[in-house]
Design a protein around this ligand. Sequence first.
Ligand code: NAD
Ligand code: UD1
Length: 352
Amino acid sequence: MAQLLITGGAGFIGSHTCLALLKEGHNLFALDNYCNSSPRSLERVSVLAGIDGRDRIKVVKGDIRNKDVLRKVFGGQDQPIDAVVHFAGLKAVGESFLYPLSYWDVNVNGTLCLLEVMKTYGCRTIVFSSSATVYGFPQKIPTSETSNVQPINPYGSTKAAVEQLLAHLADSEPGWRIACLRYFNPVGAHPSGSIGEAPIGIPNNLFPFVSQVAVGIRKELEIFGADWPTPDGTPVRDYIHVMDLAEGHCAALQALLREPPQLITTNLGSGQGYSVLQIVKSFEEATGRHIPYKITPRRQGDAAFSIADPTFAKNRLGWATKRTLLDMCRDSWVWQQLNPFGYGDQKDDDSN
Ligand code: NAD
Ligand code: UD1
């Protein structure tokens, strides 16, 4: 059992990971400024966690760039914070082209502030949310961790920069325990339908868009290109159920806490690729709803394939995905049906 700070804990992956960490018996401080989430997610997490859930998660509203807030969290406890799971950040690729300063400020400067305060308080264990986007257009499919890091958008550059910063830190002084987790395409929701992904405005990503079409909020899906060099012409991705991903964080944290100080950089993916048309079909099977779609031109910056080589995570962390594509579609659908407008307190726009 450890005392953990979870930055960005109210977000999509953070909330599911908080639940998994509570189930493992850890005590949590969740820090979030709610710029892309709702406080309701963590209220629901504490209910899902069971009888003492509420006592074992403290929620703090604040920004990772505010060192006073961080000092209060690290310095204000009876027991020291043993480790940080760092999700807080901005994550929309398209937006990162429009607002590069914000992306570097939150993702890189924010992490720097966090690391400085961690160092002051002698906390040297961190699990960092990186992304498969650091591979850019990968040289080889499936892609292993030894592939070149060549980001092709500002968001990816900020993730690569933080990975580099963490590597320098690990080299500079002994004692740091660091895991950089390169997620592939996280989707799905907790099977209860109580927590899930609640994008603000028109979803950029496939799963939330398809879910909103199925529930009737959006008219039809636009498939961005059917002329890709893939079996059915639509792009192939490695989708990972968010609960598998949450368990991947537990495995990484366990390895860091029980083993000598080290830096672990690993993919978190299934190793299995599905095309956009396969997702549509699977979603129709899971929901019994028809998903109307039309083919539109390719989206700038997309690649034909993105698939993880999951071997290293399996050997090193003893972790592999367990849930199927049908689980991902069914759980997304349960969440979407129960919460057609997300947590109900976030800004939204009109449908398309
Ligand atoms: P999310 O937006 O749902 O969660 C991020 C959380 O961080 C939000 O709750 C947001 O309010 C909070 N936050 C943002 N800036 C903050 C700040 N300055 N101070 C405090 N809190 C702040 O996103 P997510 O999908 O849960 O992603 C979590 C992490 O994983 C991010 O770092 C993201 O870049 C990374 N990641 C996500 C994906 C994905 O597909 N979702 C893929 C690869 C990597
Ligand atoms: C995107 C980001 C990636 C990020 C990931 C997870 C880009 C170029 N990449 O990955 O950096 O880590 O999200 O958040 O933005 N699609 C449609 N119609 C839609 C939406 C998507 O056809 O309305 C297609 C896309 O072309 C893609 C696939 O569905 O082929 C998956 O798209 P998406 O869910 O956005 O994820 P990625 O593009 O793989």
